[in-house]
Design a protein around this ligand. Structure first.
Ligand code: ATP
Ligand code: MG
Length: 260
């Protein structure tokens, strides 16, 4: 495939994704296309399936049906003929390295410094050269504004600083796609801005991002696309102007009237 075709191919293509927990169907046929270098913001009420969908993208949850392609690769399965075979854990781990994820809770290792947290996966999982990784980790911590806190432990950092370390840690694996699941909702209000600023800068570098967020202003300002989900369905997709400024569906209007 030529480089041009590659560049035009969407980075994420989800078609008809269904996911149930027992009898509860939480994703009821999700279709979503995410173009390279764009930011998609996922909005929707609690329980609508936003986190579950993100977790399906990096195969932390197994889908019941549908197809998920990231960078042209089928996630979690290998196709032989017209049959799908589940990948071995080792192959899933390899796929997941292309996909960085930042959660609501920072999940840093408490016994490691900021620098060690950022270096851990590339050194242990990728078996990369320590000196090379350390250089990259320092550069990333600098980029998220923590160049002077590299030797601090998580307990010595604010929530906003810890979340910025978590972003640097995800970036250390040099992912093609970054998933954010309400990265600012556990933070004190005065710390939200510094994390959103880092995410905005990341978007400006051309990183492809899917962001579950209740920060409507971030979606407006940084989002290329807004996807509104409700009850396991994508209800409405469009530009921020379309979905936030001129929603077409009653459920979108009702949700926005509560959060705006
Ligand atoms: N591991 C699980 N086992 C059983 N049910 C689950 C599991 N994970 C999620 N669910 C259910 O799936 C539904 C969707 O949950 P999900 O966390 O994806 O929603 P969400 O849109 O991210 O909500 P929120 O805005 O509150 O984070 C909910 O009803 C939830 O209770
Ligand atoms: Mg969630």
């Amino acid at each position: 495939m030529s480089a041009i075709t590659d560049r035009q191919r969407p980075l994420v293509e989800a078609s008809n994704i269904r996911k149930s927990f027992g009898h509860l169907e939480v994703l009821k046929g999700i279709d979503m296309v995410v173009e390279q270098g764009t930011v998609s913001c996922l909005l929707g009420p609690s329980g609508s399936g936003k986190s579950t969908f993100l977790r399906c993208i990096n195969h932390l949850e197994k889908v019941n049906s549908g197809r998920l392609l990231v960078d042209g690769e089928l996630i979690g399965y290998r196709q032989r003929g017209n049959k799908l075979y589940e990948m071995k854990e080792r192959e899933v781990v390899a796929q997941r390295q292309k996909i960085g994820m930042v959660f609501q809770r920072f999940n840093l290792f408490p016994h490691m410094t900021a620098l060690e947290n950022v270096m851990e996966a590339p050194v242990l999982v990728h078996k990369e050269n320590r000196a090379v990784v350390e250089e990259r980790a320092r550069r990333l911590l600098d980029r998220v504004g923590l160049g002077n806190r590299v030797n601090n432990f998580p307990s010595q950092l604010s929530g906003g600083q810890q979340q910025r370390v978590a972003i640097a840690r995800a970036l250390a694996m040099e992912p093609k796609l970054m998933l954010f699941d309400e990265p600012t909702s556990a933070l004190d209000p005065e710390l939200v801005g510094e994390v959103l600023d880092v995410m905005k800068e990341l978007a400006e570098t051309g990183m492809t991002m899917i962001v579950v967020t209740h920060e409507i202003n971030f979606a407006k300002e940084v989002g290329d696309k807004v996807v509104f989900m409700d009850d396991g369905y994508v209800v409405e997709t469009g530009t921020p102007e379309q979905v936030l400024g001129n929603p077409q569906e009653a459920r979108t209007k009702s949700f926005l009237s509560k959060v705006l």
